[in-house]
Design a protein around this ligand. Structure first.
Ligand code: C5P
Length: 419
């Protein structure tokens, strides 16, 4: 298994040849997973599996208390590596397991991180293997706190968390919710999948650091009456994936979103709108202050000119279908691109045929530097997509894959064009 991971080289996810798994976002990374004593230790087993599935190599280090909850055998079987538990391991050649282990790691991830671990790390204590290698590290430290609500809220723990953040330690969570002790509140460890995603985000190159990025996503809904309307099919997944990828790349992201069932990615400011007119207003209010504008939304081209304030009754018209007069909606992207000092504008062209021709024509018509083309049948509503980027240099097809991998490749391309 480890050899397979090594074979995958260090290619950028989603941005190169087709035989690289775009889901292996942690390939080539060596993660030292510290497990401390807490009931959430069982979730670290699932986390180990997810880290390996993402291409990482995982070395588990357990504290004495952690071994009361889960045995090292579980982690050894999952990671394929012996689990380290002892500062005084005579089996290690130079008897300096703490130095050897932290030297090799790309990051130390402690999950669950107990209140005791946070206190030790905040004060530089080093009385067991994990705390010692944390003190001796040169790589980043991420920790997912997990403890009872009162322990987390205790001013001592809050002080420790504050000092760790000030020292550059990335604290992941904790979440709010039901706790093993039967109480409910803040202190629950994030789910394994959330920790994995936070780690992947942490490793993304910060190619858009501090850039102000505005993005539209989802459909718009144009009212006919209080219960009916005109809309476009759009799940919003591509736009939300882009918002997430841009935020991971260090951008300050504002997402103006039509109605979707999706949650805003972490760190993204989301403004909810319904109609194209509302989307236009929210975008124009912010466009001049933005450095990048990405229009992913499937904006309805037309809206009913006179929406009814009461529900239209079909029986009043004796079977005659009503005529709905339509009015053109503003082209948000074209209007932003026409501003005196426009942000770097990126458009999307979802076509059912002649992609290259229509996308290139749209790029010129809207006077934008970059347009992202996709065939509707490749991406609508699904988790995967196939995109081609069209800019002044020509067409750049990206290998088909998950929307988040394509979003990261697009973010890298935008950063390249901006530089
Ligand atoms: O002209 P067309 O709708 O095909 O162009 C698609 C691109 O323009 C997408 O980027 C879409 O978000 C944007 N657009 C817009 N406002 C509209 C229509 C489309 O911003 N009213």
């Amino acid at each position: 298994m480890m050899n397979d991971v090594d074979d995958l080289s260090s290619t950028t996810p989603g941005a190169s040849s087709g035989n690289v798994d775009p889901c292996a976002e942690l390939r080539g990374k060596r993660i030292l997973l510290g497990v401390t004593g807490g009931i959430a230790a069982y979730k670290a087993a699932e986390l180990t599996r997810l880290l390996l599935k993402s291409g990482a190599r995982v070395q588990v280090v357990m504290t004495g208390a952690a071994m009361r909850f889960v045995t090292p055998v579980t982690f050894q079987a999952l990671s394929g590596e012996p689990v380290c538990t002892d500062l005084w391991d005579a089996g290690v050649g130079n008897n300096m397991a703490h130095i050897n282990l932290s030297r090799d790691a790309d990051a130390i991830l402690v999950a669950p991180a107990s209140a005791d671990f946070l206190a030790k790390a905040a004060h530089g204590l080093a009385d067991d293997l994990l705390s010692t290698l944390v003190l001796a590290r040169e790589c980043p430290l991420l920790a997912a706190p997990a403890m009872n609500r009162q322990m987390w809220e205790n001013p001592a723990t809050q002080r420790n968390a504050q000092s760790l953040r000030a020292d550059g330690v990335e604290l992941l969570g904790p979440a709010c919710g039901e706790q093993a002790c039967g109480e409910s509140g803040a202190g629950r460890m994030l789910e394994a999948q959330e920790i994995l995603e936070a780690l992947i985000a942490f490793f993304q190159p910060k190619v858009l650091a501090k850039k102000k990025l505005l993005i539209t996503a989802g459909p718009t809904f144009e009212a006919i009456d209080p219960v009916r309307g005109i809309t476009n099919l759009s799940s919003g997944k591509m736009g939300y994936a882009l918002a997430r990828a841009a935020s991971e790349a260090g951008a300050e992201v504002t997402l103006v979103s039509g109605p979707t069932a999706l949650a805003a990615p972490p760190g993204v400011l989301r403004i909810d709108v319904v109609s194209a007119a509302q989307m236009y207003e929210e975008v124009m209010r912010r466009a001049q202050d933005s450095e990048i504008f990405i229009a992913v939304a499937a904006v309805a081209d037309y809206r009913p000119a006179h929406p009814a304030s009461e529900k239209l009754k079909k029986d009043e018209r004796e079977g005659v279908p009503p005529l709905i007069e339509l009015q053109l909606n503003p082209d948000i992207l074209a209007e932003v691109a026409a501003l005196p000092r426009p942000p770097f504008c990126v458009g999307f062209a979802a076509e059912s045929r002649n992609l290259a021709e229509y996308a290139a024509r749209k790029r010129e018509a809207k006077k934008i530097p970059l347009i992202v083309g996709n065939l509707i049948q490749d991406g609508l509503g699904g988790e995967n997509n196939a995109l081609t980027l069209f800019d002044a240099a020509g067409a750049h097809p990206l290998p088909p894959g998950p929307k988040i991998a394509l979003a990261r490749a697009l973010v890298a391309h935008i950063a390249k064009l901006l530089s």
